[in-house]
Design a protein around this ligand. Sequence first.
Ligand code: DON
Length: 615
Amino acid sequence: MSSAAARPCPIESVLHALHARFAPLRDGRVATYIPELARANPDCFGISLATADGHVYEVGDTRVPFTIQSISKPFVYGLALEDRSRDAVLRRIGVEPTGDAFNEISLEPGTGRPLNPMINAGAITASSLVAGHSLEDRWARILALLSLYAGRALELDETVYRSERDTGHRNRAISHMLRNFEIIERDPEPDLDLYFRQCSIAVTARDLSIIGATLAAGGTNPLTRERVLKSANVDEVLSVMTTCGMYDYAGEWVYRVGLPAKSGVAGGILAVLPGQLALGVFSPPLDARGNSVRGVAVCEALSEELGLHFLNPPRAAVSAVRSRATLQQLGSKRARPEAERAVFALHGGEGVVYQLQGDLSFAGMEAALRRIVREPPAVTRFVLDFNRVSDVDPPSTRLLIALYRGLVDRGCPMGFAGLARHPRLLRALDEARVRETAAPLATFDDLDAAVEWCEELILATHGHAPDADEELPLSKHELLRGVDAEQLDLLASLMERRSFAPRETVVRKGDPADELFLVVRGGLSVVDELADGRPRRLATLSPGVGFGEPSLIEGAVRTASVRADRASACWVLKRATFESLDGAYPTLKIRLLENLVRSATSTFSRLSVEAAAER
Ligand code: DON
């Protein structure tokens, strides 16, 4: 046994304790009305819990096969919904709980519809609605479907099937009654046969938990990642399980356990906590209503112990708004000249950046929208970062689109970061844009690029629209502030002007560093490599800023590479030239040093704000 396996797992401990607590229960009797079921071992007892992200905890006889019986009903109902329209299915099967036994011979007065798909009349009707060219084809589809739910190839238990087919006179009566009321409009025998077969599929408690976890995960098997049921139909299947899954025990079950569930006469119970987990319990002795005695006891105790009642949903584990910052607090990595920084010092509060996180369903999205809507009127530009958002459900997508439209209509642009992981939201935003505004949708991979977009909007509003093609005169460069005209001429004669083509490398990480660069045209990026080799942008540089300040003070090597984003130009001051200013031009050297310290201080404070925002 590995040391990891030896570590106590609290979830397994809970399951072990429940297994030990309920194994001695001797109440209930194994079903005998299908002769083959009477042979079940009453001591068999397994509990399996599968999470919506595909982890399975098992205790006891979780790999012992038994027949699925009525637990097949919600899944075949789901298949009927997918094969026919919801309305077509509703015309033939209602969704009202009966409070009757599973095999009650009852149809809705007037329409003749079975009252719900969990009682046998509704389940046989659901089987009759499964599409296919022939009985065998329809059977193959049902078996393949349940196999997809379970994540493995399931098989028919021939002996139980024959046993039920030969003795299921009551179900035969029900199917002919359905024929009589034209709910089934042909010979009902093949549909009845299909129903007997679906009930005789062999499963284990582990299978039940994975089948349930597929519903908990919205219709996608969390182990195989295969989509089994459209998410729109998951709600419908879980609804009928909630109201009718435990027959005449349904009301008490919801009260005591609070999980959509389905039981079967072979002793299985499947219960689902949407979004979180599913339970599969197997123990053959049944109570008077046909539900597994130990199964009911385990589900009730586990719901209590782990707080699983579905009407007691978890409050959002984390706040949907991870952070909110103005552009005064959180600037982009673009190193900007003094004049632009002055604009942000005054007007940076006009742009805000929201970093969102977690699952955005109603509660999370509402919290975020409320804060955005209540921003003061001075805030007119927004950036929403979705890089840490795991999911945005369709209703929340619609709410966000309404916010986006409302803001754009009022002249407040909104940019988005991290939408690549949310294609549905991206599509919806794109459609909203086409209808509402001609402006291109502002989407960016990383937050920094979105923040930079917002900064450019603020600069443009306040008369600082950058002109990348215009060359900045050296007299306006911030590293040469306070240098008089004569000294500027001297410096220009001592420096070298270099031009760079788009994407050209300006300096390379690891190269000797003995030159200071003063950017006067275009734009450059400081880039480093992540551990996996992908480039990471550390900063962007505009005309008016410099880089390589440390190389003037002490010769070293470049700690990152710099690349031209577009056609760019820099003036280059060599360390040896800078040092030679000592004797003849000491005031010039002091002025330059002052400017270098100012520039380094501003870089340092920007990095501190960034580091704080990352925490
Ligand atoms: O219809 C029947 O008799 C069985 N094949 C299925 C019944 C069943 O599992 C009822 N559920 N508790």
